[in-house]
Design a binder for this molecule. Sequence first.
Ligand code: ASP
Length: 340
Amino acid sequence: MKRILLIATGGTIASLPREDGLAPALSGEELAAYVPQVSDLCQLDFVQPMNIDSTNMRPADWLTIARTIEDAYDDYDGFVILHGTDTMAYTASSLSYLIQDSPKPIVLTGSQQPMANPFTDAKLNLYQSVLFALDPAAHDVSVCFGGKVIAGTRARKQRTLSFNAFGSVNYPSLAYIRGKRIVRPGAESGPGAAATGKPAGPARFYHQLDERVLVLKLTPELKPSIFELLKADYRAVILETFGIGGIPEYDDGSYRKAIFDWVDSGRVIVVTTQVPEEGLDLGVYEVGHAYADKPSILRADDMTTEALVAKTMWMLGQTDDPRQMAELFYKPINHDRVPS
Ligand code: ASP
C-alpha cells in the first residue's frame, strides 16, 4: 500500500467556533477520522508543524513546511498539506520554488467550511487530494480544491464563500476529479496513463528566502516618492501597473526618475499588471515603453502576483547578482510562466 504524509497546518478546515469566531483546533488525525474512506486508499501518517489561520502564515512557515517534506521525502509516495485557503496560493507558489522537479506529488487543500460543519466541502477536498496524490502520473506542487487540480504557481483564491474558491490563472487546470476518476484534459487518464512531464528526480530543495518583497498597486495620483520611503525595508517591489503595462508619465518625469533610482540603488522591480487575467506586455503603449528594455526591470509576463511574490523572495534568497537573478526569474518553474 502506498504511503502518504498528511501535513496539517490549520485553516478553516481544522477550525471550531470559539467566542470570537472560527479558530484552528483539530489535528490532522482528527480531521482524517472524518473521512475514513481515505484509509482504504493508502497508509496515512500525520505531522503537524503548526496549527494556524493561514492569515498568519509567513515565509519562515513556508520554509518549515518545505523542510518537513524534505526530511520525510524518501519515506513517502506523496504529500497532502491541509492549509487555510486565504494564503494557500502563496504557500503553493513558495513550495513550487523551494521544492523543484519533484517526481512525488505535493498537494495542498483546505475548505471553505470547517470539517465539523454538516455542509462542509472539507471531506471531498481531503479525499480527492489524497486520491490525486496517489495517482502515478501526479508530480510537483499543486492545489486540489473543488474537484479541480491547479499548478501550485497558477492558483488564486477568487471567491470568499463558494466551494469552487480557486481558479487557475492564465493556465489551464492540470486535472479534474470526477468522483473517483482523475481526468486530464487532452490526455489519456487512469492507472495506465503516461506520466506526462513527470521529472525523473531527484527533487531539488532550497532553504533560503528573502522576505523583503512588497506588492505596490498603482492607483491614479499615487506619489512616486513612495519608492524612496520603501528603501529602508524592501529590496524588491512588484509593481502592479495599469492594463497591459501602463506606468504614468507625469510632466515632471517623476515616475521614471523614481523607478530608475530604485533599480540604480541595486534594488529590483518586477513589473506586472493589476488586470486579473492575460498578463503584461510593456512594449505595446508609449506609457510603459521606457521600461521595456531595461534588464534590471523584470517583466512578469503572464505570472500571478502570488507566484511573483514567492519567486522574487526565492530569487533574492539565492543570489545578489542581477544577471543571475534575471536567469532564475525568467526560467519557467512548475508552469509559472509561458515563455514568450
Ligand atoms: N482564514 C482561513 C485561513 O486561511 C480561511 C480558510 O481556511 O478558508 O486559514
